[in-house]
Unconditional design. Structure first.
Length: 65
C-alpha cells in the first residue's frame, strides 16, 4: 500500500445546486466581494492619508532649512 492511498482521500463531486441553494450561494459571494472591495477601499484611503502626511512633513521640513 502506498502512502498516497492511506492519506489522500478522493474528492467526491458535488451534485448540482438547487435553485434556492444557488441563489443563497450567489448572495454569499456578493457579500464576500463587497467586503473585499470595502477592505481594499479603506486600505487605499489610508495609503493616501499616509502619503499626504509624508508630503506635508517634507514641505515643512524643507521650509525650515
Amino acid at each position: 500500500m502506498r502512502i498516497a492511498e492511506l492519506f489522500i482521500k478522493p474528492i467526491k463531486p458535488k451534485p448540482p445546486m438547487t435553485l434556492p441553494q444557488a441563489r443563497i450561494h450567489g448572495l454569499k459571494q456578493g457579500v464576500k466581494r463587497s467586503q473585499d472591495q470595502l477592505k481594499q477601499e479603506r486600505q487605499q484611503q489610508k495609503q493616501q492619508r499616509d502619503n499626504e502626511r509624508k508630503r506635508q512633513q517634507l514641505r515643512h521640513g524643507l521650509s525650515a532649512l
